[in-house]
Ligand binder design. Structure first.
Ligand code: C5P
Length: 219
């Protein structure tokens, strides 16, 4: 009998896009399908972890993990993460959190006029950066979806957010697709996973995270 690689571990995962309401029927979002995050949640559960998944609006069915929390906006995701993060061993931040939200959001449907309409956007909190700088921070894994200088931008984000591991991917390949080709950047260097289905990529990623996490807790 071989124990599973994340047996008894608590893993918090964010996935999907966020939706930032402008009025009752409109808002800002992005093209994240959530498929990569849902696959990682499934793989972590299969590896024996007790998974809490906090997920933005997605079309795919949610995996059968310990707990799934559906949210809409970045502010709701932030509140749900702060509520759930304590006692988690690992935090995997896969959500494509909107960087900005409309400064004002209207309860009624805005009426169109002939005049120009200017939207003022304000920055959203960086959820991963908040969690990574908590006094008792879990082992934090970030994602970086890039369209150019992928490894360089991901390495900069890993440094800025002080993460043991960041997972880079080409946004043009990953978004909406069933395949991905993840690049893992950690203290040991850069590891390229061969292009494959998101579920297979998720399983390889979870193996890598379990390995790094075990090294990290042995220190
Ligand atoms: O800086 P960038 O947004 O590209 O960083 C990506 C990483 O940070 C992802 O892991 C994403 O889930 C996380 N993030 C976050 N909150 C934000 C923006 C990004 O948790 N507001």
């Amino acid at each position: 009998f071989q124990p599973k690689s994340l047996s008894g571990k608590r893993v918090l995962i964010t996935a999907g896009p966020t939706f930032e309401a402008l009025d009752a029927v409109r808002g800002l979002t992005n093209l994240s399908s959530g498929k990569m995050g849902l696959a990682v949640a499934q793989a972590a559960g299969d590896a024996g972890a007790q998974v809490t998944l906090i997920c933005g609006p997605v079309c795919s069915p949610l995996p059968a993990v310990h707990q799934c929390i559906s949210i809409v906006s970045a502010a709701e995701m932030f509140a749900a993460v702060k509520d759930a993060v304590q006692d988690n061993d690992i935090f995997i931040s896969i959500a494509a959190v909107a960087d900005y939200r409309p400064a004002e959001s209207f309860e009624h449907k805005l009426k169109k006029t002939a005049a120009d309409l200017t939207l003022t956007l304000v920055p959203n909190p960086d959820i991963l950066q908040h969690v990574a700088s908590l006094p008792n921070a879990p082992f934090c894994v970030g994602f970086a979806a890039e369209t150019e200088a992928i490894e360089q931008h991901a390495a900069e984000k890993r440094k800025k957010k002080k993460l043991p591991l960041i997972v880079a991917n080409d946004a043009r390949l990953a978004i909406g697709s069933d395949d991905n080709a993840l690049i893992l950047l950690d203290d040991a260097g850069t590891h390229h996973l061969p292009k494959a289905g998101k579920m297979q990529q998720a399983r390889l990623l979870i193996d890598h995270i379990a390995h790094l996490y075990n090294q990290h807790t042995k220190k």
